[in-house]
Design a protein around this ligand. Structure first.
Ligand code: UD1
Ligand code: CA
Length: 476
């Protein structure tokens, strides 16, 4: 078989999105949609991939900076045919007439549901039929907006008619062009050079190479996608939402096939890069984002959102937690209503309870911060009890400071730890203390006003108060 090269079209603005951001940069399942086509192109033709960029080319360059793909700038977006033509130089610069000895897969940056298996089937049909041009098609109930496949009585493909150029009878055709092609290099670039923008949009249509091939007596094949949803091209926000829905479904299916339970899969939002271990249970309405990794036997209860976080085995996240950039070790339990911000480490079997916020803080093995706390820039040892309402005062208005609490410390309720401050191993801090000095190991620290009790005081006060009250009533 001939060597494969791939061209990804991603230069257009995508006017129908009505967005400031170029269409192909809009995220689908947390990733710019162009990346789906670029990934597929790299899988099929590693090392021989050209991406045509134009609108917001700089952002596209940043996005693809760590990839071995050649970027080609299409300064003015004069149509899909013009876009492909721009890529020729990439393949020619590799010595002589390289492009004519290659077979090109052409993918659209706005078709993220296309799978590798479908493109492989298209390549196989192309090879089998010894075709010059092959394209993927699909039968759609609502074909509006897509180019239509016009076939002769014998079923052979004649041409593709764009929606805007179609007559009312053409518009009734339900077989559409998916925008995915396999074309022999020796034909492709000469056919592109001969394109004329003689159509409703005054553009150079890639689709016109089909009719050109037929006229030159070359074989054209159309493969019908077995799952028409793969042909979904995103032109509008509604189509983007549909792609998101389908892709999220695929992600959850993959995770369920690998052994995770989703109690109400259609309500969970999971990004492509997320991993969920075997026998973990995800309750309804959970969001898992970025490179979040969940171990085995974990439970994630409803309305929790985990971003770029790593959970060991047997971790429980109760309802309504927000967990970002954090590491939760084996057996720990967090929530309900906890907020773990970046840089948090919750060690094995530790507990973080309701309305507790942690930031850049390590909570040691078996330690507990169960109620109403803010712990920021703190290192907390093992088996520490952090009482309800305890707060690290880590910020003096200019700088942030560290709080260090050693193993086996007991911190009573409503303690303020004014950082920088250290509490030694086994120390006890009395409730309501404001701790401004380091506390030695095994010491008791109390930093609060002494309680005053005045016996019988209330009686006298009450009588005086009543007199004042009756006097003032008499005035009215
Ligand atoms: C295109 C096809 C149509 C097909 C549909 C499938 C043509 C003329 N029409 O129409 O038959 O049914 O896709 O989704 O090809 N692009 C560039 N440079 C340009 C123009 C477009 O790079 O000058 C890129 C866009 O960024 C996009 C892709 O090519 O990623 C397709 O362009 P788009 O304008 O969406 O084409 P459609 O009108 O959808
Ligand atoms: Ca499109």
């Amino acid at each position: 078989m001939k060597k494969l090269a791939a061209i990804v079209l991603a230069a257009g603005q995508g006017t129908r999105m009505r967005s400031k951001l170029a269409k192909v940069l809009h995220p689908v399942c947390g990733r710019p949609m162009a990346l789906y086509a670029v990934d597929l192109a790299e899988t099929l033709a590693k090392g021989r991939v050209a991406v045509v960029v134009g609108h917001q080319a700089e952002k596209m360059k940043d996005l693809l900076s760590d990839r071995k793909v050649d970027l080609v700038v299409q300064a003015r977006q004069l149509g899909t045919g013009h876009a492909v033509a721009q890529a020729q130089s990439v393949f020619q610069s590799r010595g002589g007439n390289a492009s004519s000895s290659l077979r090109f897969v052409i993918l659209s940056g706005d078709t993220p549901l296309l799978t590798e298996a479908t493109v492989q089937a298209l390549l196989a049909a192309h090879e089998h039929d010894r075709a010059t041009v092959s394209m993927l098609t699909a039968h759609l109930d609502r074909p509006a907006g897509y180019g239509r496949i016009v076939r002769g009585r014998d079923g052979s493909v004649w041409k593709i008619i764009e929606d805007k150029d179609a007559s009312p009878s053409d518009r009734r055709l339900t077989e559409v062009n998916a925008g995915t092609y396999v074309v022999e290099g020796e034909f492709l670039f000469s056919a592109l050079a001969a394109l004329k923008p003689a159509n409703a949009q005054k553009e150079y249509y890639l689709t016109d190479i089909v009719e050109a091939a037929i006229r030159q007596g070359k074989k054209v094949t159309a493969s019908i996608a077995s799952n028409p949803i793969e042909a979904l091209g995103i032109n509008t926000r509604a189509e983007m939402a549909e792609a998101e829905r389908v892709l999220r479904g695929r992600i959850r299916k993959r995770l369920m096939d690998a052994g995770a339970t989703f109690l109400a899969p259609e309500t969970s939002f999971v990004d492509e890069s997320v991993k969920v271990g075997r026998d973990s249970v995800v309750h309804p309405h959970v969001t898992l984002e970025g490179r979040t990794i969940i171990g085995e036997d974990c439970v994630i209860r409803s309305h929790s959102r985990l971003v770029e976080s790593v959970l060991g085995d047997g971790v429980t996240v109760l309802d309504g937690c927000v967990i970002e950039g954090s590491r939760l070790e084996e057996g720990c339990r967090v929530g309900p209503f906890a907020h773990l911000r970046p840089g948090t480490i919750v060690r094995r079997n530790a507990r973080v309870g309701n309305f507790v916020e942690l930031k850049k803080t390590e909570l040691g093995e078996g330690s507990k911060a169960n109620h109403l706390s803010y712990l920021g820039d703190a290192r907390i040892g093992k088996r520490v009890n952090v009482g309800a309402g305890t707060i690290t005062c880590n910020y003096d208005g200019i700088n942030k400071h560290q709080t260090v609490i050693d193993d086996d410390v007991f911190i009573g309720s409503d303690v303020s730890l004014v950082a920088p401050v250290k509490v030694g191993k086994g120390a006890v801090i009395g409730a309501g203390s404001v701790v401004t000095q380091d506390v030695a190991a095994d010491a008791l620290a109390l930093g609060r006003a002494r309680q005053v009790v005045k016996p019988g005081w209330v009686k006298g006060w009450r009588e005086k108060a009543k007199k004042v009250s009756s006097h003032s009533k008499g005035k009215h």
